[in-house]
Ligand binder design. Structure first.
Ligand code: TXA
Ligand code: MG
Length: 348
C-alpha cells in the first residue's frame, strides 16, 4: 500500500478528477467523516474499496453527488441528479434535498436500472447524499458524476474524522492500491450521516435506518409529519451491525453516580463524563482514575467523539468508562454509535 496525504495547495482539482477517472481511490473529506471514494460508474475501482476496507461485498455503498451552484434552480437540479441514480423519486426526496443538502442526510430510494449491483449489494435500492465539504463539492462538480464513498476505515472500526486517521487505518494494509488522502481538516459533524429510507413510502412511510445529527424531528418538520415509520430489520446496512465502531480497549457505559470501587479493581481506568471533574477527582482522590470532561452539547460531543475514542484506545487503559448519555432525541446518533462501540469493544 502506498498512501499519502495531500493538502489543497499540493494537488489541483483537475488532477484529482483525472486520477478518479483512471480508477484510483481517493479519501475525501466530508462534513460527517472521511470517505474512501471511487468513481461510482467504474466497477473495478469500486472493487478496490471492498478489498481495502475488507468489507463484505453485499454491504451497499452511498453515492455522493454535487450540489447546485448559487443561482441554479435547486428543485430541477435535485430532480435531474436523483433521477440519474433512482427511479420514481418521490416529492419527499426533493423537499428533503432542498432543506438539508448539502448536508449529513442520506436518502434511500428505488434504484435506477443501470446502477451496478456492486453499489447496492444486490438490493433494489440506492443510498444517495450530497456532502457539504467545500473541497469535495468542488471535486464532485468538476467530476460531474457520482462517487461511492464508505467511511474510510477498515470494516468494523471507528470512522476517521481527520486525514491522519485515514492514513493510520490503511498505511500498513497489504493491498496493492495507491491511496491519495485529501486533507480537508477535521470533520465538522463528526459522526456519519442520518440514513432515511424513502423506498417503501407506501408500506412504512419514511424510516430512519441509521440515526445521525439530522434528527427525526428535523425530517418530520420538513415533511409536515408528526412521526416517522418503524425500521424493518430485513434491510441490510453495515452500520446496523452491533459491534461496529469498536475500540480495542474494553468500554462500558454507566451512571458515574453509581461508580463503585469494585468497577475499577486496580485497573488503569479512564472516565469520560459531563460532570464536574474537579469534584469527582476530590471524591476519588485515593484512586488512580483519569478523568475527561466532555460538554453537555451533542454537536460538540459528536464532533470530538471518534477522535477521543481513538486517543483513549492508544493509551493502554484497561477500561474506558463513559458516563451515560442524556436520553433526548438530539443524542440519538451519538447514543447509537456509542452503544455499538461498547458492544464491540475489547475483543480484538
Ligand atoms: O456520513 C456518511 O454517510 C459517510 C460519509 C463518507 O458520507 N459514509 C458512510 O458510509 O458512513 P458507510 O459505507 O460507512 O455507511 C453507509 C451505510 C451502511 O450502513 C450501508 O449499509 C448503508 O449506508 N446503505 C448503503 N446503501 C444502502 C441501501 N441501498 N439501503 C440501505 N442501507 C444502505
Ligand atoms: Mg462506515
Amino acid at each position: 500500500m502506498s498512501a499519502r496525504i495531500f493538502s489543497a495547495n499540493e494537488i489541483s482539482t483537475k488532477k484529482i478528477v483525472e486520477l478518479i477517472l483512471q480508477g484510483h481511490l481517493v479519501a475525501i473529506p466530508t462534513e460527517t467523516v472521511y470517505g474512501l471514494a471511487a468513481n461510482a460508474s467504474d466497477e473495478k475501482a469500486i472493487k478496490k474499496i471492498f478489498q481495502l476496507k475488507n468489507r463484505p461485498e453485499d454491504h451497499p455503498l452511498i453515492v455522493h453527488i454535487a450540489s447546485p451552484l448559487l443561482g441554479q434552480s435547486v428543485e430541477s437540479f435535485w430532480e435531474t441528479k436523483l433521477s440519474e441514480w433512482a427511479h420514481d423519486v418521490p416529492p419527499e426526496a426533493i423537499l428533503l434535498a432542498k432543506q438539508h443538502w448539502p448536508g449529513p442526510l442520506t436518502l434511500v430510494l428505488k434504484k435506477a436500472k443501470q446502477v451496478s449491483n456492486m453499489i447496492t449489494g444486490g438490493q433494489e435500492t440506492i443510498a444517495i447524499r450530497a456532502p457539504k465539504h467545500p473541497w469535495t463539492i468542488e471535486i464532485l462538480r468538476a467530476f460531474n458524476g457520482g462517487l461511492v464513498a464508505p467511511s474510510a476505515n477498515r470494516f468494523g472500526r471507528i470512522s476517521p474524522t481527520t486525514a491522519q486517521h485515514v492514513l493510520d487505518e490503511f498505511q500498513y494494509s497489504e493491498t496493492h492500491h495507491e491511496l491519495m488522502i485529501l486533507d480537508g481538516g477535521s470533520c465538522d459533524v463528526g459522526i456519519e450521516s442520518t440514513i432515511l429510507d424513502l423506498s417503501r413510502l407506501d408500506q412504512t412511510g419514511p424510516t430512519i435506518l441509521r440515526p445521525g445529527m439530522i434528527l427525526e424531528s428535523d425530517i418530520c418538520a420538513t415533511l409536515g409529519l408528526t412521526k416517522l415509520g418503524q425500521k424493518d430489520n430485513t434491510i441490510r446496512h453495515s452500520g446496523g451491525i452491533l459491534g461496529h465502531y469498536a475500540p480495542h480497549t474494553q468500554m462500558v457505559s454507566m451512571d458515574i453516580g453509581q461508580l463503585r470501587i469494585e468497577d475499577i479493581s486496580n485497573q488503569k481506568v479512564v472516565v469520560v463524563t459531563f460532570l464536574d471533574i474537579k469534584t469527582l477527582r476530590n471524591q476519588w482522590a485515593s484512586s488512580s482514575i483519569d478523568w475527561i470532561h466532555i460538554p453537555l452539547d451533542p454537536h460538540a460531543v459528536a464532533k470530538q467523539m471518534y477522535q477521543l475514542l481513538r486517543d483513549l484506545d492508544q493509551k493502554g487503559y484497561q477500561k474506558i468508562i463513559i458516563h451515560e448519555l442524556p436520553s433526548g432525541i438530539e443524542w440519538s446518533g451519538i447514543q447509537d454509535r456509542l452503544s455499538r462501540a461498547v458492544y464491540g469493544s475489547g475483543v480484538h
